[in-house]
Design a protein around this ligand. Sequence first.
Ligand SMILES: Cc1cc2nc3c(=O)[nH]c(=O)nc-3n(C[C@H](O)[C@H](O)[C@H](O)COP(=O)(O)O)c2cc1C
Length: 204
Amino acid sequence: MKPPRLDPPLFGDPLGVVASPETLRFLARRRSASALGLTAPAPSGSELETLLRIAARAPDHGKLAPWRFVTLAGEDKSSFVSRLDQIAARRPDADTARTRLAKLAAPPLSVVVISSPKPGKIPDWEQTLSAGAVCFGLILAAQAMGYGANWITDWYAYDPQVLSLLGLDSGERVCGFVHIGTAAEAPLERARPDMGAIVTQWRP
Ligand SMILES: Cc1cc2nc3c(=O)[nH]c(=O)nc-3n(C[C@H](O)[C@H](O)[C@H](O)COP(=O)(O)O)c2cc1C
């Protein structure tokens, strides 16, 4: 099989739509991995660059790039988790909060996707939707690269002390921690929506 072309297109390059049955097969069976079961190896530095570049191709009304990434890996990630453990210990729900850190601690790589809306005429709502699309794009790209991935928020996506530790400005919000690594076990299919209940055809 030909290796996929992952080099970024140049500005103005024609990018015709090409049918990709392999992508459809992949999407039809795509499944998040358990964060607790994510182990090394994580994507290499250049693989991570590719993943973030692909995620940043999300639809974006006004070309504002109203999102940014903070990566957590290696010893720096361990130190981040220790700081969160100290914050958790001071919370009223300390025991639960500390236990819930396990999903953050296990994966060898986590990418914090931050919604960073810009002032102007594009509604905040649309900028937030774009940030959600970035998260899903990152998951899809990581899984297409053969890694397990999972999008998680939990208390530390909302705790003001954690947000300050991450360097969030006012107006910014954490969309999620996208955990990436090698899936220890194949995830089992989960319940999916009843399509009949959520799809209607509008008629006058
Ligand atoms: C915004 C958002 C936040 C989430 N936060 C959590 C979480 O804190 N804990 C959790 O176990 N799952 C969380 N999930 C769900 C996981 O991503 C879940 O494993 C995933 O939806 C599984 O579905 P999939 O296999 O179709 O991707 C969250 C999902 C989204 C979209």
